[in-house]
Design a protein around this ligand. Structure first.
Ligand code: HOZ
Length: 429
């Protein structure tokens, strides 16, 4: 049993001045009960909370920490940048260095614009697609989450789904009348929609591997069909790789699956844990952005010196060490152990894994879309979550989120996690 006393007190204090006590709903424990742990520091694969508990971390700040917390290369890069100034509002050479690393790695990206979050990246990519095509309608897929952009908060995943508001109040109808939400992994649904309204559709945006209704991989042929249909109807294909970029392969899901979108959005790993987003793609489309073209998008802190230093250090370390095969093998071993534990307990479950992203679903059918994910046994998940936490395993506090493995997780961490899962799952049948 974890001592959570100081965290409880810290949460009580936070709730007096911060809505729900958290600065992002995905951190709230509403779906699993209790209150969140307050973190004192991170080191490698571990978090240490203010009660002094050490936790094996499978969130990694919701994706950025593929190299673990406080990787020495990243810390050194940020420290060196810090002493030279935190923001200039003027170009630096580091911005070009980071852009070059991204362009070299991500197949679709010929030019890239840095922003400050994944939400900003998707919001800007949508505006660009509309401005470039002169069309208004955007197609998304239910259960995909593209940040809290007004026009994309329709049947959204992540915290919106977890907290039961996949389509948020506060978004005027006018913002979403041009948003169509289709079934993920259903190419026929997309083909029909494009056949009917193809000349109005500016963009089709999707997570090529969904991380926000749990980890849901694309079925064979789905990404290819999206590519083919967008080309046929002149719609811009946008891969939201905020979560999958530099995660499921160095070049993201598009490199892993060999399907190249027109635009790509990035975040998380590309900032190495600092607030960063980016969107990039075909040069002819990107040149529609101001000041070359008319589509306006701007930001005082975009390309920030600390954030670019952190991003460069992260990408260079990943490029030089190429940890992807090992990360995947580690994750495969872990999900195999979790699945065996659920099997021995006789619990209906599914494991979904792509590279070092995974979800253990409490569901008796494979989770391929939003409707099926909505049938997950969330009550069982809540018990699993709490009991795992009590054994020092820090999982996402929602059945609708992906777990992440870092290069720091060891065999001992995996063994401890699987042992905990065996105990817990046999007790929550
Ligand atoms: N995309 C992240 C989780 N699915 C966001 C985390 C958050 O909203 O705080």
């Amino acid at each position: 049993m974890l001592n959570r006393e100081k965290s409880r007190e810290a949460f009580a204090r936070a709730t007096r001045v911060i809505p729900g006590g958290v600065n992002s709903p995905a951190r709230a424990f509403g779906a699993v009960g209790g209150s969140p742990l307050f973190i004192e520091r991170g080191a490698g694969q571990y978090l240490f909370d203010i009660d002094g508990n050490r936790l094996i971390d499978y969130i990694g700040s919701w994706g950025p920490h593929i190299l673990g917390h406080c990787h020495p290369n990243i810390v050194a890069a940020i420290e060196a940048a810090l002493t030279r100034g935190t923001s200039f509002g003027a170009p630096t050479e580091r911005e070009s260095e980071l852009a070059e690393l991204i362009v070299e790695a991500v197949p679709s990206i010929e030019k890239v614009r840095m922003v400050n979050s994944g939400t900003e990246a998707t919001m800007s990519a949508i505006r660009l697609a509309r401005g470039h095509t002169g069309r208004n309608v955007v197609v998304k897929f239910a259960g995909c989450y593209h940040g809290h952009v007004d026009s994309l908060l329709v049947e959204a995943g992540s915290g919106a789904l977890t907290h039961g508001v996949p389509s948020s109040p506060g978004v005027p109808e006018g913002c979403t009348t041009d948003t169509l939400s289709l079934r993920y992994n259903d190419a026929d649904h997309l083909a029909d929609t494009l056949a009917k309204r193809g000349d109005e559709i500016a963009a089709v945006i999707l997570e090529p591997v969904v991380g926000n209704m749990g980890c849901v991989p694309p079925q064979t042929g789905f990404l290819e069909a999206c590519r083919e249909l967008c080309t046929k109807h002149g719609a811009i294909l946008i891969f939201d790789e905020v979560m999958t970029g530099f995660r499921v392969a160095f070049g993201g899901a598009q490199a892993r699956y060999g399907v190249t979108p027109d635009l790509t959005t990035l975040g998380k790993i590309v900032g190495g844990g600092l607030p960063v987003g980016a969107y990039g793609g075909r040069a002819d489309i990107m040149d529609s952005i101001s000041p070359v073209g008319p589509v306006y998008q701007a930001g005082t802190l975009s390309g920030n010196p600390l954030a670019t230093a952190s991003g460069i250090a992260t990408l260079k370390t990943l490029k030089e060490s190429d940890p992807y095969d090992k990360l995947e093998a580690t994750t495969t071993r872990l999900v195999g152990g979790l699945s065996d534990a659920a099997k021995s307990a006789g619990i209906p479950h599914q494991v979904a894994q792509v590279g070092s992203m995974f979800t253990l679903f409490f569901n008796d059918e494979p989770v391929t879309n939003y409707d099926i994910s909505a049938r997950n046994d969330t009550a069982r998940f809540a018990r699993y979550f709490q009991e795992m936490l009590d054994r020092g395993v820090y999982l996402p506090c929602s059945q609708f989120e992906a777990n992440f493995v870092s290069t720091c997780h060891t065999d001992e961490d995996l063994d401890a996690t699987i042992k905990a899962a065996r105990e817990v799952l046999s007790a929550i049948v």
